[in-house]
Design a protein around this ligand. Structure first.
Ligand code: MG
Length: 220
């Protein structure tokens, strides 16, 4: 399973939990025909969904409509509970670009039935994450342009300054619910432009100052 190297620790850590934020950009909420949330929408992915750059996103037989969602990923560096917003950035060890792969058909079905998104979001390889850059290399997490190409064509282009809930608020809010531990990852939501991927597609995700992420889509 994928491990994460923290700049403060000698040994790589295995991420304990992946906390994901839904609908954190207004234009993505609009394309999903969903309302803008008044507090962050959270869901979890299992750590077994992680995939390093260079790997294959495997399309499960259970779905016919897997979408890409490019996101800024925050890596937690130290234990925290009830973190004040003003101190939140001190709990970040690094940043990466990630993909919140989503089985949109299963998610739509779950939404309709009032069921959780764990299946739609949690398959193995549904959480590709690029190499982590140290937090010190990113001056302000709200000034990063994110983009995603599929087979070289741009599909998503966003700016983290457009987040509805900024990173510091998210960390504070999340830590009021879950104790954050070193190696935990926060997927901070996707900008607009999500869309389906197909067998053989090459996805390349980039963010200012972040290490690029490249994965290939495979249907077994
Ligand atoms: Mg997402």
């Amino acid at each position: 399973m994928m491990e994460i190297t923290l700049s403060t620790q000698a040994e790589a850590v295995r991420p304990g939990k992946l906390i994901c934020v839904g609908r954190n950009y207004a234009l993505h909420a609009a394309e999903m025909k969903s309302q803008i949330p008044c507090s962050p929408i959270l869901f979890l992915k299992p750590a077994t969904a992680l995939l390093a750059s260079g790997g294959n996103v495997v399309l499960p037989p259970m779905t016919r409509d897997v979408h890409h969602e490019v996101e800024l990923v925050v890596v937690i560096g130290k234990r925290g509970k009830n973190i004040p917003e003003a101190e939140a950035l001190h709990y970040i060890n690094g940043y990466a670009v990630g993909l919140d792969m989503t089985a949109r058909d299963l998610q739509a079905d779950a939404k309709e039935k009032g069921q959780p998104w764990s299946v739609a979001k949690g398959f193995d390889t549904f959480a590709p994450v690029g190499e982590v850059v140290p937090a010190s290399a990113v001056k302000d997490p709200q000034t990063i342009h994110l983009d995603l190409t599929v087979n070289g064509a741009r599909r998503q282009s966003g700016y983290t300054g457009d987040m509805i809930f900024p990173v510091s608020f998210l960390i504070s809010y999340i830590s009021s619910i879950f104790t954050l531990l070193p190696g935990d990852l926060v997927f901070t939501g996707t900008p607009e432009g999500v869309g389906p991927v197909f067998d053989g597609d090459v996805l390349e995700a980039r963010g200012d100052g972040l290490s690029p992420l490249s994965v290939r889509v495979k249907r077994p």
